[in-house]
Design a protein around this ligand. Structure first.
Ligand code: UD1
Length: 417
């Protein structure tokens, strides 16, 4: 199994381009199920999760072709409408084929995703939303079985803000009869990207990017072309890599507005951050100051950057209180950061980090989930000696060539098996 070996002491400097967003690409690929024919997506990152999505689409009779960053999906009527457990358990986002299959073909059988390292992560709101549109849903032998003659537009209020739930129900509503109004919808940029693609396919959607999304159902959609938005979590991770090493790093092909909450916090830490239309630069700082963060749905601080920011706080001056409100049990990286010498007290959804400038030491550590692995790599950049991060397959699910990108900025990092 691959490991990442991270050496310390390098001050990162230079420019690095952000890849297409994983969390948008996956949903766009699933949206293709809403229209037979050839869909073309550009700026698609080469990631394990994209591969898993391709495998799932192939099992639903789609042909896929991935060259450079162009991903083509040729959609044809599936022979069976089932997303098997073997595919879904590898990637929770597989549940996103439920809405499109149900809306287009009136049936879907999707395995329940099961347990997950960052909390229980239910899908009840996806199912409630489908039911509100008239779907009949049963749970049998670990599978969600959904049926509907034709979905009917309806109002639906999400009890909690859910990104995947909003996406699933929004996709389902595009082919429903009548108008659907989603309230308390998620406002993440990935939702806007998906809505823009659906509109290109012929869907009638308004309000995406706000908490009320209105979808007027249409009879059919057609395939289209689309370029995936930049990955805001990768952008944030690379920016923190620059910050933690005290270097000057410019992220290009990014959308600064998408990481505004991180930029605000980095400025509070004392960093000078400059931005243009498509770039963000973090400037060198002698000593980063500790600040508190609370994760929340967009536009507030993203849960997907919590672990990486915690790595920075481990070497900041002062004490930081990190509150995680989106997921339960998302502090698995704390134990591993502690192995590097960090001083952290985790308490259910709040961790107190007592910063130790220059105080981390390299050690073997284990990645527990995707973003946690990134935080260990970041900490490794400043931990004295060598840090070996094992179970790096988590990282490969969501970061395209992270080690190459970091090496291009001067980091001492290599993969080994
Ligand atoms: C997506 C992202 C993930 C990110 C998360 C929050 C993808 C592939 N993943 O995950 O990287 O961390 O948004 O920004 O895009 N909930 C329910 N019932 C539901 C659905 C969710 O109670 O039916 C709860 C969850 O347990 C969690 C909260 O809602 O506490 C937010 O989850 P959600 O926004 O749905 O996360 P994902 O879409 O799975």
């Amino acid at each position: 199994m691959d490991k990442m070996i991270v050496g310390s002491g390098a001050v990162l400097n230079g420019e690095v381009a952000v890849s297409g967003a994983k969390n948008s690409a996956l949903k766009l690929l699933f949206a293709s199920l809403l229209a037979e024919g050839e869909h073309v997506f550009r700026n698609v990152p080469r990631l394990k999760d994209v591969e898993s999505t391709a495998t799932l689409l192939q099992s639903l009779n789609c042909q896929t072709d991935f060259e450079g960053d162009v991903f083509k999906v040729r959609v044809a009527k599936p022979g069976s409408f089932e997303a098997h457990y073997d595919l879904v358990r590898k990637m929770r986002a597989s549940i996103l084929c439920l809405g499109p299959l149900l809306a287009k073909y009136g049936q879907a059988v999707v395995s329940l995703p099961g347990g997950c390292a960052i909390g229980t992560r239910p899908i009840d709101l996806h199912l409630e939303g489908m039911k509100a549109l008239g779907a009949e849903i049963t749970l049998e032998e670990g599978y969600v079985k959904a049926k509907a003659k034709r979905l009917k537009g309806a109002p639906f209020l999400f009890e909690t803000v859910t990104v995947g739930g909003t996406e699933n129900v929004m996709m389902a509503a595009t082919l429903a009869e009548g108008t659907t109004i989603l309230e308390n919808a998620a406002k993440e940029p990935e939702i806007v990207d998906l809505a823009e693609y659906l509109i290109r396919m012929g869907a009638k959607i308004r309000g995406h990017g706000t908490s009320v999304i209105e979808i007027e159902g249409v009879n059919s959609l057609k395939p289209a072309e689309f370029s995936v938005m930049p990955d805001r979590i990768e952008a944030g991770t690379l920016l923190i890599a620059g910050a933690i090493t005290g270097g000057e790093v410019t992220i290009t092909k990014a959308v600064p507005e998408h990481i505004e909450s991180l930029i605000v916090k980095l400025r509070e830490c004392g960093f000078k951050i400059s931005a243009t239309d498509r770039t963000v630069t973090v400037h060198p700082l002698k000593q980063c100051q500790a600040v508190d963060i609370t994760t929340n749905p967009y536009p507030q601080f993203p849960t997907d950057l919590q672990a990486q920011f915690m790595a920075l706080m481990c070497v900041a001056q002062g004490t930081s209180v990190i509150s995680e409100t989106v997921f339960e049990n998302r502090f698995m990286h704390v134990q591993e950061l502690t192995r590097l010498g960090a001083d952290i007290t985790p308490k259910s959804r709040v961790s107190v980090v007592r910063g130790k400038p220059g105080g981390l030491t390299g050690a073997p550590v284990m990645a527990t989930d995707l973003r946690a692995s990134a935080s260990l790599v970041l900490a490794g950049l400043v931990a004295k000696g060598e840090t070996t991060v094992s179970r790096i397959y988590h990282l490969d699910r969501g970061y395209e060539n992270l080690e190459n990108k970091l090496s291009s900025l001067g980091a001492k990092i290599r993969r080994s098996n």
